[in-house]
Design a protein around this ligand. Structure first.
Ligand code: BDR
Ligand code: CA
Length: 310
């Protein structure tokens, strides 16, 4: 039958797993990646913008990109994660140039414009620090009822953190923004470390792609070679965690996850800063928090889509 592709906007700090997420969204028949917005995080906002444009070039799709926040709302910026994602964002792959330009509008305004133009139809999928999303909420609070839903890669309920014992990287990089996003009255799904740490792929999975889809395959094979070295050294696993791509999978296959429903807040002070936890504030709408995942199914849908879509 006819598949009505879901419109999705990815807010991103590319980033190796961000690249996987963007390729997946660009290649899935069930998703229509209408735009990307960039944010500081794994790399600077400028590099994130260029990388998002370059990923569009690789996809051969003219996906608009708007540049977003260079720094968090309130706190001093953390250093970029070059030891995880490489100096230019994609491991050892040298910086690539692009002929395309970012749209002439800050990311948060562009997000509000697109959400209003496509009222009821857009899934907002942030896979970086939540600064642009908080700025969009401040700019136009009515977007809460105009997005179809927001599906966030960040935090964790039972998992603990990956930067500190308590904080996951995207929340850690702008905890104040994340708390504003969790406080807003909208349909939030959280894909956090509880599930993303369960989905680990060895290098051979990416190397295998070079045969069927050489351009994307060699890109991901080279980038994940670097990324997996980090995982080996940092936590002793022989593969990389698929944080951002499985978050995009959750946008159209929520059935592949199990959830708990709680209002969420972010710890904004002291030693546990950046921790996502259940809020006692009954005014906050419960978020749908993934706590279980069908690991084999999300891996299969990811690699099948990359192999057959390009
Ligand atoms: C998140 O942090 C970034 O390094 C990844 O791209 C992902 O979005 C995982 O904690
Ligand atoms: Ca990311």
């Amino acid at each position: 039958g006819i598949v009505m592709a879901l419109k999705i906007i990815i807010d991103t700090d590319p980033g190796i797993d961000d690249a996987m997420a963007i390729f997946y969204a660009g290649l899935s028949d069930e998703l229509n990646l209408i735009a990307m917005t960039s944010v500081f995080g794994n790399v600077t906002a400028e590099i994130a913008t260029r990388n998002a444009l370059v990923l569009g070039d690789i996809l051969k799709q003219d996906i608009p990109v708007a540049q977003g926040a260079k720094v968090p709302l309130m706190q001093k910026p953390n250093p970029v994660s070059d030891y995880v994602h490489g100096a230019e964002g994609f491991g050892d792959i040298p910086a690539q140039t692009t002929a395309r330009r970012a749209v002439e509008m800050p990311a948060h305004e562009y997000l509000c414009q697109l959400i209003n133009e496509n009222a009821g139809d857009v899934i907002l999928c942030p896979v970086g620090p939540l600064t642009n999303i908080a700025l969009a909420l401040r700019h136009d609070p009515f977007i809460v009822s105009k997005v179809k839903s927001i599906v966030i890669m960040g935090g964790g309920l039972h998992s603990g953190g990956n930067v500190t014992d308590f904080a996951e990287a995207n929340i850690w990089n702008d905890p104040h923004a994340a708390d504003e996003v969790f406080a807003a009255d909208w349909d939030v799904t959280v894909i956090g470390l509880d599930v993303t740490q369960q989905v680990v792929c060895p290098h051979s999975d990416f190397a295998a792609l070079t045969k069927t889809v050489p351009v994307i395959g060699s890109f991901l094979s080279q980038a994940t070679d670097f990324y997996i070295k980090f995982y080996k050294e940092a936590i002793g696993i022989d593969g990389c965690q698929m944080h951002d791509p499985i978050t995009v999978v959750a946008c159209h296959r929520p059935d592949l996850f199990k959830y708990e429903y709680h209002p969420l807040e972010v710890c904004l002070h002291s030693g546990r800063i950046g921790e996502t936890r259940i809020s006692a504030d009954s005014q906050r709408r419960p978020a749908k928090i993934a706590v279980g995942v069908d690991v084999a199914a999300v891996k299969e849908i990811f690699f099948d889509t990359i192999k057959t879509g390009y």
